[in-house]
Design a protein around this ligand. Structure first.
Ligand code: B16
Ligand code: MG
Length: 210
């Protein structure tokens, strides 16, 4: 029986996909590189800089490190402007009910997200109070599929990877969970992935597993 659950944020607890898409699309248009929802899907769970590298390589454009920093900063400014409009309504009621029920059952809950904007998202949606710890893009040096973000999350809640499950929507996140020695639970895209230990259709299904 697992004692802790680590949740990916984007794509699991809520989706800011459209805000990422709009922000990347506007900078891609300025750079004159093609960008569509298919490319946007490849960016799930991937860090900001790695996302930019994927966009540039799709568009066949090379930029200096300095130029890349400037483009990533511009994207983030626009994305954060979108995040300012987030309210608790962005989170489905069943997500809040599931988190509350899991806490009631005595499980330790943590967030494990690549996003450097995690704390802003948790604050805007009022989700922060469900979690015993937050591990995100601000406390790691290696992005998913490296397990660092989840290993830190487990450490923050005082549990070994073997005692925790990770809930993810991205293939890179499932790879990270397995590399770290966690039980992997996949939702959305990750539900059909070969390395996923337990596919779920809705977060509520966690109540049958724990
Ligand atoms: P930021 P997750 C990820 O969040 C997003 O899925 C991914 O699309 C984004 O590029 C990444 O965070 C970095 O986000 O630019 O806010 O630092 O799925 O790991 O919660
Ligand atoms: Mg995700």
């Amino acid at each position: 029986m697992k004692q802790g659950i680590i949740f990916d944020l984007d794509g699991v607890l809520l989706s800011t996909d459209e805000m990422h898409y709009a922000a990347w699309k506007s900078v891609a248009d300025e750079l004159g590189v093609p960008f569509d929802r298919q490319v946007n899907n490849l960016l799930r769970g991937v860090s900001r800089m790695a996302s930019l590298d994927i966009i540039l390589s799709h568009g066949g454009l090379t930029l200096s490190d300095e130029e890349k920093e400037a483009v990533a900063a511009r994207k983030n400014e626009r994305y954060r402007a979108g995040l300012q409009t987030l309210t608790p309504d962005a989170v489905a009621p069943q997500v809040r009910q599931t988190l509350a029920a899991l806490k009631e059952r005595g499980l330790k809950l943590a967030v494990g997200s690549s996003s450097r904007n995690t704390k802003l998202i948790l604050e805007k949606t009022d989700l922060g109070r469900f979690f015993d710890a937050v591990s995100d893009g601000t406390n790691i040096t290696r992005s998913k599929p490296d397990p660092e973000v989840f290993l830190k999350a487990a450490q923050f809640i005082g549990l070994a990877p073997d005692d925790c499950a990770v809930v993810e929507d991205a293939v890179a996140g499932i790879d990270a969970a397995k590399a770290g020695g966690f039980l992997s639970i996949g939702i959305g895209d990750a539900a059909g992935y070969a390395k996923t230990d337990h596919p779920i259709r809705s977060l509520r299904d966690l109540l049958d597993l724990f």
